[in-house]
Design a protein around this ligand. Structure first.
Ligand SMILES: [Ca+2]
Length: 409
């Protein structure tokens, strides 16, 4: 947090008028009083510095010191309007801005009680502030209608070498306990400037407006991603005269977005990340807004998923081809098996036939063997008979020779 106290303001900004820094506070008070009188007297376009029936204020009008900080810090004030619906026509800031360096932007935002952005507008410092002049500055807004409590958030986008916006803080009791320093990137409070805090105060930020009928909310209906862009559809259940959208990049630069509408649907296409602010102008000229953070991680996750999906699709295609190949191989194998079965059955038949033949041959062999045995037996018998016949013949011959010898002798 960077603070610039009144003493410092006076001793730097009003040095020309005040050679004695200790007199600075009185001098500042006097100048503010003079300014208030002059604006009231001349009835200029400058809004009076004190609360009117249509001005919501949490400070008492006395600046104690100036606050500024680097992004993502922002000065926030919570307002509780007197009616449920409130039309914001302008925001007033008591501040001093040192205009130097290249022209650059600060932001004014409206958040709802749930810390959701409803409106975000980038503004050039030199279009709003006079150089090094502590004063009330009025920033006109396009009739933004809010429901219930809301925050006005000023993001000074402090830099060392560019314009430096110092927002006044009323640091005298009583305290409204409605000012805080926000992390506008994360949408979380960084520091509550409550009476019980170490540094209580009220940012000198006020709201000009009037009661308005409550309007329906602009709601996000769908988000889709593709390789090039994020496509969001918002619904507004009412007559829409105009619709527009603006993306604030992470570095703070604003980009206008493409918007198309059809009936209640407003389609916004974005190809970057950052804070998206979508706005519709109703038939009555009021403006209703919605904010949405388009996250880098969400897109990265989508891209990763998309890449994984493509890889899986390719793998699936490889698998499909493998299955096809396997199916073909399976069919071939089936055919081969069928053929093999056929061949087997043929072989089996041949085997059966061979076995039958074998059996028949065995039977024939057995029969032949029996025939051989019988013949062999018959042969033996015949041989015996032949031996007996030969022996009988020899005996007969011998007997005859003996008889012949006897007679002759
Ligand atoms: Ca006060």
């Amino acid at each position: 947090m960077i603070t610039l106290n009144t003493h410092y303001f006076c001793s730097t900004i009003f040095l020309y008028f005040n050679p004695f820094p200790r007199e600075g506070l009185k001098r500042l008070g006097f100048m503010l009083l003079l300014l208030a009188f002059s604006t009231m007297f001349f009835n200029t376009v400058q809004t009076p510095a004190y609360a009117s029936p249509f001005e919501l204020a949490c400070d008492d009008g006395k600046a104690g010191y100036g606050w500024s900080d680097f992004y993502p810090s922002g000065a926030a004030v919570l307002f509780s309007p007197p009616s449920a619906g409130w039309r914001i026509t302008a925001v007033k800031i008591h501040a001093a801005c040192i205009l130097k360096g290249p022209a650059s932007l600060f932001y004014i935002q409206i958040w709802d009680a749930g810390l959701n952005t409803k409106y975000s507008e980038p503004l050039l410092f030199n279009r709003v502030f006079k150089n090094a002049t502590l004063d009330w500055y009025t920033i006109r807004l396009p009739n933004i209608v809010v429901t219930g409590d809301f925050y006005v958030v000023i993001i000074p986008m402090f830099t060392l070498d560019g314009p430096q916006l110092w927002i006044s803080v009323d640091n005298n009791p009583p305290f409204s306990n409605t000012s805080l320093i926000m992390n506008v990137d994360k949408h979380t409070p960084l520091f509550h400037m409550n009476a019980t805090s170490g540094k209580p105060g009220d940012f000198m930020i006020r709201v000009m407006g009037e009661p308005a009928p409550t309007l329906p909310e602009l709601r996000l209906a769908s988000v889709e991603f593709n390789d090039e862009e994020t496509v969001m559809v918002f619904n507004y259940p009412g007559e829409v005269r105009n619709a527009w959208a603006r993306l604030t990049r992470v570095n703070g630069d604003p980009v206008e977005c493409r918007v198309s509408r059809e009936g209640w649907s407003i389609t916004v296409r974005v190809n970057e990340t950052g804070l998206l602010n979508v706005l519709v102008e109703t038939a009555g000229g009021d403006v209703v807004g919605a904010g949405l953070r388009i996250n880098a991680s969400l897109r990265t996750r989508f891209k990763t998923l998309s890449a994984n999906y493509t890889a899986l699709q390719e793998f699936s295609e490889v698998l499909r081809r493998m299955v096809e190949t396997l199916e073909t191989e399976n069919e071939n194998l089936r055919t081969q098996v069928r053929d093999a079965n056929y061949a087997t059955s043929i072989l089996q038949n041949q085997v059966w036939r061979l076995m039958e033949n074998n059996t028949r041959l065995e039977r024939q062999t057995a029969e032949l063997s029996m025939s051989i045995d019988r013949l062999r037996l018959e042969n033996n018998l015949l041989l015996i008979l032949l031996s007996v016949a030969v022996a009988a013949l020899l005996l007969t011959v011998t007997v005859r020779r003996l008889r012949v010898g006897k007679w002759a002798g």
